[in-house]
Design a protein around this ligand. Structure first.
Ligand code: NAD
Length: 699
């Protein structure tokens, strides 16, 4: 049972007790029902207080039961709320810390609510592509008024209890407790004060209307449409709240339920729920138990104060951890520190950071030219030039000076972490921490697990990632890890598309319409086309059989590296970032096509999108099969946070699952018949072929 029952004199107290946030799983709901039944049966009990133990009143649905039959098994939440409303004794919700989703809906089913200040109150279902499904859209407007309720339902954002308690005419909270500590005492005395009052007040009986009537909802619908993007849920939230004003309560409830169930089936909602669960699952490593002892990380050192080193340092400074930055030359250090300060100053100028906070952060930063000054750091991250010889000298030096038990991390994007680890006598302490640029902004962190990386090191860096607010995904060692290894294949397809008849802007537009933040060519211009050029030069030696379009090399031979040179696949006005189509590039592509004897053809947007996506999916399947990623959701998270993949599509692997792997393989077979494409490219990875044949999905 995950709810407890106790009697305090004449008041029964039912306490939800399902850590961490008293999710309303089946056992908890059963516990509430058992408590209510007991209280009803006890003649000495005149009122009931419902509260939550620990860190929450209730955070809503239990994510461990997400998508399982237990989530709706009776007594489901609607039935529990109905039971509350039909009880013969008053129930007072004592709300504190967190009252979200189903937790808030449960409180709204109680006869009275007493809140502690500082409680986060929200109906966040919209963030999962849904609307509240246990009466939230019908009851919240009745206690808060239409506009504040609609704002909360459409945004999903939490609002503090004391702010809500101040809204004129609000009926959400009958009393605001003086403090969280006195909540229980005040709720008990409140319960006693209302014990004899009849009839019992029900939120469902409160009137609800808006002075502007339907005109307001039309206005709200227009506003929401502009903000909702591809998601159907926000507009349906407006409809549901409007129903509260024009339908009898029970009919409004039926309409809410119908909308909820329909939204559950939409691809957008499935994508968001997949990503929500995948993000949680990403932090768990199959063979690293949750109780693995962690190493303490209180101080950090960074070697290299360039683009990445500076950004990485900021993450730790932001989290309040002291950082020592090492460079070879004083000028490089000065430059690195000046860039960090400039970045903070820009945040201050935008009002995103207080000036004194900036100074506090800068004060945590030390610089040095001497390795001895790093020796006591708990974690050192190397971010020097991408050259194995340079990495070797750095790691030998770190091995020599760092205290025993320090974690030695490399930010390498392409080099073999096992070789880097072998430069030391402590490969168990070596791990890859692959940040994405700009490292102080991008949420993704690929944690690269070497053959000999210790389990405690893995557990520790996953926890460090949380401290610096990164979403960490574990990758095995391979060239490019998860993200860049896949993006190389996507880039190859983008190149073939140019050869066949597309312009860079057509390709970018098609995939951006699909939802990517940026198409491959705009992304190349942002990151620097010279990076891919260097990789292709290496590939030409390692894998001379690998076919790719030469257009990107021709572009680089012209010095068109992208935004940093003012010219890439697009032209850029000095200091500007908006990409303008380039006549020079179009002429270059056409000349190259002519030299190859290719007759350009019109390629449909659908074909562009499928070729780019299925290139990602097929490489993703190889990555899964080789165990580089342990689950498909990890790949989706990498693409969501590292590459601007649209959330409503749920990541490349989820998207492929939704299309059906059979259909993906069929399309790949079609592409393989195109003589200008690379038939070998479109050979389905064995895992993909097998799952497609079995009618199964990536997991
Ligand atoms: P960068 O050239 O901007 O910075 C490298 C810095 O390292 C320079 O300031 C240099 O002076 C310093 N340095 C070189 N050798 C050193 C040594 N022996 N000791 C101390 N300092 C030394 O390069 P970057 O873009 O910051 O890349 C650094 C690392 O991060 C590389 O391994 C790169 O592959 C990786 N990485 C880069 C990106 C990116 O987008 N730039 C993304 C992820 C990972």
């Amino acid at each position: 049972m995950t709810a407890h029952y106790q009697v305090h004199g004449d008041v029964a107290v039912i306490t939800l007790s399902n850590p961490p946030v008293n999710g309303l799983g089946l056992a908890t709901r059963q516990g509430i029902v058992a408590g209510l039944t007991q209280a009803e049966a006890d003649p000495a009990v005149t009122a009931i207080v419902l509260t939550g133990a620990g860190k929450a009143f209730s955070g809503g649905a239990d994510i461990r039961e997400f998508d399982s039959p237990r989530a709706v098994q009776e007594p489901n939440l609607l039935s529990v709320i109905r039971m509350l409303e039909h009880g013969s004794k008053p129930v007072v919700a004592a709300v504190h810390s967190v009252a979200m989703g189903g937790g808030l809906e449960l409180a709204l089913g109680c006869h009275y609510r007493v809140a502690a200040p500082g409680c986060q109150v929200a109906l966040p279902e919209v963030k999962l592509g849904l609307l509240p499904g246990a009466g939230g859209t019908q009851r919240l407007p009745r206690v808060l008024g239409i506009e504040p309720a609609l704002n909360m339902i459409v945004s999903g954002e939490p609002v503090k209890s004391e702010l809500l308690a101040r809204l004129p005419g609000q009926r959400l909270f009958d009393r605001l407790a003086a403090s969280a500590d006195s909540l229980m005492e005040e709720s008990l005395s409140f319960a006693r004060s209302v014990a004899a009052l009849r009839p019992l007040p029900l939120v469902r009986d409160l009137p609800v209307s808006h002075p502007q009537g339907d005109a307001f909802f039309q206005f709200a619908r227009n506003m929401v449409k502009g903000m909702a993007g591809p998601y159907p849920a926000p507009a349906q939230c407006v409809d549901a709240v409007q129903n509260a004003t024009r339908l009898p309560f029970e009919q409004g409830m039926v309409a809410e339920r119908t909308a909820f169930l329909n939204l559950m089936l939409t691809p957008e909602c499935r994508a968001l729920r997949h990503l929500f669960l995948a993000e949680r699952a990403a932090s768990k490593i199959p063979d690293v138990p949750a109780d693995t002892p962690l190493r303490s990380v209180q101080t950090v050192a960074i070697v290299g104060a360039g683009t990445m080193g500076g950004g990485i340092a900021m993450n730790f400074l932001n989290a309040g951890l002291p950082v020592t930055l090492l460079e070879m030359k004083q000028e490089a250090l000065d430059r690195g520190v000046a860039t960090i300060r400039k970045n903070y100053e820009a945040q201050v100028a935008k009002g995103k950071l207080k000036a004194d906070r900036m100074e506090q952060r800068m004060a945590l930063l030390r610089t040095t030219l001497a390795y001895a000054d790093l020796a006591q750091a708990d974690l050192v991250i190397e971010a020097v030039f991408e050259d194995l010889g340079v990495k070797e000298s750095v790691f030998r030096e770190l091995d020599r000076v760092m205290k025993a038990g320090a974690i030695l991390a490399s930010n390498t994007s392409t080099l073999d972490l096992n070789r880097i680890a072998a430069f030391t006598n402590r490969p168990q302490d070596v791990v890859g921490l692959h940040f994405f640029s700009p490292a102080n902004v991008m949420k993704l962190l690929e944690v690269v697990r070497g053959e000999r990386t210790g389990r405690d090191v893995m557990a520790t860096v996953m926890s460090v990632a949380k401290t610096i607010r990164k979403t960490a995904v574990v990758s095995g060692v391979c060239d490019g890890f998860i993200g860049n290894r896949m993006i190389e294949q996507y880039g190859r397809q983008a190149g073939f598309l140019l050869d066949e008849g597309c312009t860079p802007q057509q390709v970018d537009r098609a995939i951006e319409k699909f939802g990517f933040a940026m198409g491959p060519f705009r992304m190349g211009d942002l990151a620097g086309n010279d990076i891919g050029w260097a990789i292709r030069k290496r590939r030409a030696v390692e894998r001379p059989d690998m076919k790719y379009s030469r257009t990107a090399d021709l572009l680089c031979e012209k010095g068109r590296f992208g935004q940093k040179t003012g010219a890439g696949w697009y032209d850029y006005a000095p200091g500007k970032r908006d990409a303008r189509p380039s006549a020079e590039v179009v002429a270059m592509i056409e000349a190259h096509r002519a030299a190859l004897g290719i007759q350009p053809r019109k390629v449909s947007d659908e074909e562009i999108v499928q070729r780019l996506l299925f290139a990602l999916v097929n490489e993703g399947a190889h990555i899964l099969e080789e165990g580089i990623a342990s689950k498909a959701g990890d790949i989706d998270i990498v693409y969501l946070y590292g590459y601007g993949f649209p959330a409503h599509r749920g990541g490349p692997m989820n998207h492929a699952n939704q299309i059906g792997l059979f259909n993906v393989v069929q399309a790949m077979r079609r592409f393989a018949r195109n003589p200008l494409d690379d038939a070998a490219f479109w050979t389905p990875a064995p895992l993909l072929a097998r799952l497609a044949a079995e009618g199964a999905t990536f997991n």
